[in-house]
Design a protein around this ligand. Structure first.
Ligand code: DON
Length: 595
């Protein structure tokens, strides 16, 4: 989305590492694994939504991030190296969606061991946060506050991801992002619009106004935006490692900012201070977790387990669809409605999520038999995933579920390498612009991920805050295997619409006969157990009359999601796909057009 051209080729960014790369996670690397010299530059890429070829592929929302990932792949790095380098770059060029003070989830296919892994880099609540800490606080007030800042997970996740599956050090992986932050990128319309939409709160913080409202206004479209303070932060992070944040002096600066946000003198905003302390940062760990898995029409669909609801909700909906005699738009919406009812009751960062039962065929059949010719009434009640399943009884309706508007914040990227490793990576700082507060002198925004908790009072809700707890996420990085081999990897931003976007793309691709580019471009709708189904105009135009006749109530949502995906075609051919138009369109690239 940002049409910047590097002053120096990306190849040059990594010069100086003189590193002999080793590929521990897959087959042995090819001959020349030394970073190339600056003279070995390749032509600049074009921003386009579909690329087909061989030897590795990448899809992100942003040309710069895709180019960085491609550069790492071309220089012999593997998919995890490229994913971390691209994520750090998105922290520069997409700073309102991603950043080192945010969190995310990685789903990874290890080609050598033929195994799916996941890494949970979700933010945590500080120790001082309890079930009532957010009660009664207006949502909008929590959004822009110290209170909503979770203990950041991204840096720990990057370190763990590189240590377990990469070949680069954090210092090496941060180099391209440092270059982009120092040299700058061209501001495009989306960056301008996102800054302008945030201007009212950005101006209320001295540090944020200084960085993102230079001269009191958003940087104009076409200007070069540099972030030397972030470049310096990345440099020091590379040198000192994650300890600088997790208990060191950068951590102390984060805590100070959270506890006493740098509010602009004269601002009337009620900025609530946060509860984070240095020991909360010291205690943070990124975690490897077993993936969720369902088998859908002969394909193995792997996703992210709690604290994300992505894998369980996409998985349950697929199981429900598989239990139905046919799959079309009506069935897609109904399966999603029922899965969201179960998500709300059972899924959170708690020890007793009945994951196995939620993803069982027996439970899916019991839920599927509620789906008829006419739309169910929402809120539909949750089912009972207790292991004993019979013929379905009409479900009583439940209490109304809130239908929060969801924007396209957050981001998702997919990378695959020449060895066949695959990364699907969702990254977020939650709202566009996170909590709106830049850590003074450090060039990055804090997240407001703790607004993903249920504010309460809500007795029994699995997503109430607690000390050290991770807020329930909807992020759904997904990898599909067929006969043990990668077939598809995909994901999207969009809060809880992430789940429906991933589900709808899978349905479009596998049930409605679309190619992957068609499946991403097709108009979207999202039913999350709410009275109305949000839908893009194209969806309403195409299916509105038929669905309305069946009892659905469609309401316009102008844009849902911003997906990225890769499909593994025959004979080693890769098809990388990004959005053609949503959020300004994304960038798909392949290492080589030829075998
Ligand atoms: O974890 C989640 O599901 C959200 N915090 C992701 C944020 C997002 O996609 C922004 N969208 N509204």
């Amino acid at each position: 989305m940002i049409n910047r051209r590097f002053a120096t080729p990306l190849a040059g960014i990594l010069v100086g590492s003189s590193l002999l790369l080793v590929q521990p996670a897959a087959a042995a690397p090819q001959a020349s694994q030394v970073w190339p010299q600056a003279s070995q530059m390749w032509p600049r890429a074009e921003k386009k939504p579909v690329a087909e070829g061989y030897g590795g592929a990448v899809s992100t929302v942003d040309l710069d991030a895709s180019e960085v990932a491609l550069g790492v792949l071309r220089e012999g790095g593997n998919a995890m190296d490229a994913a971390v380098a691209a994520a750090a770059t998105l922290g520069v060029t997409e700073p309102y969606s991603a950043g080192l003070a945010g969190g995310g989830f990685v789903v990874y296919y290890d080609a050598r061991r033929k195994k799916i892994h996941t890494i949970d880099g979700r933010e945590t609540a500080p120790k001082a946060m309890g079930p009532a800490s957010l009660e009664g606080i207006p949502f909008e007030e929590a959004v822009t506050s110290g209170l909503s800042a979770g203990v950041p997970g991204s840096v720990a996740q990057w370190e763990l991801a590189l240590r377990r599956f990469g070949t680069l050090s954090l210092r090496q992986a941060l180099k391209p992002a440092i270059e982009v932050a120092s040299k700058g990128f061209k501001v495009d319309q989306t960056f301008y619009d996102q800054t302008a939409a945030n201007a009212a709160r950005f101006k209320d913080f001295t540090s944020t106004a200084k960085l993102y409202l230079p001269g009191g206004a958003p940087p104009p479209v076409g200007s070069t935006f540099r972030n030397p303070e972030l470049a310096d932060t990345y440099r020091r992070l590379g040198r000192q490692g994650g300890e600088w944040l997790y208990g060191g002096s950068l951590g102390a600066e984060v805590v100070a900012t959270v506890k006493k946000p740098p509010v602009t003198p004269g601002s009337t905003r009620n900025v609530r201070p946060g509860l984070m302390e240095l020991p909360d940062l010291k205690a943070y760990r990124a975690l490897e977790r077993p993936p969720t898995k369902v088998t859908y029409k002969g394909m193995d669909v792997y996703g992210m387990a709690p604290p994300s609801s992505g894998g369980s909700t996409v998985g349950e909906a697929l199981n429900i669809l598989e239990a139905l005699p046919k799959v079309g738009e009506h069935e897609y919406l109904e399966a999603s409605r029922l899965s969201f009812a179960d998500r709300g009751k059972y899924v959170g960062d708690i020890p007793n999520v009945p994951l196995g039962e939620l993803l069982s065929d027996g439970f899916a059949k019991e839920r599927a038999c509620l789906i008829g010719e006419r739309a169910l009434t929402s809120p539909a009640a949750p089912g009972n995933p207790d292991g004993t399943y019979g013929p379905c009884a009409p479900a009583p309706s439940a209490e109304a579920a809130p239908s929060a508007p969801e924007g396209p914040e957050t981001t998702h990227l997919v990378v695959t390498d020449r060895w066949g490793n695959v990364v699907a990576y969702n990254i977020t700082i939650e709202s566009t612009g996170g909590n709106g507060i830049v850590v003074p002198g450090r060039g990055f925004l804090l997240n407001n991920e703790l607004t993903d908790f249920t504010f309460g009072p809500a007795p029994g809700d699995p997503n109430l805050p607690a000390p050290g707890k991770r807020p329930r996420s909807s992020m759904a990085p997904t990898i599909v295997l067929k006969d043990g081999r990668p077939l598809l990897a995909l994901g999207s931003p969009g809060g809880s619409t992430i789940i429906t976007t991933v589900l709808q793309i899978l349905v479009n691709r596998w049930d409605l006969g679309m190619s992957l580019p068609e499946a991403l471009a097709a108009p979207r709708a999202t039913q999350r157990n709410t009275a109305q189904t949000q839908a893009e105009q194209g969806f309403i135009d195409r299916y509105g009359a038929e669905l309305t006749a069946r009892g659905h109530s469609l309401v316009l949502n102008p844009e849902i999601g911003a997906a990225t995906a890769v499909e593994f075609l025959r004979h080693g051919k890769l098809q990388a796909v990004a959005e053609p138009t949503r959020r300004g369109g994304g960038s798909a690239l392949v290492v080589s057009g030829r075998r």
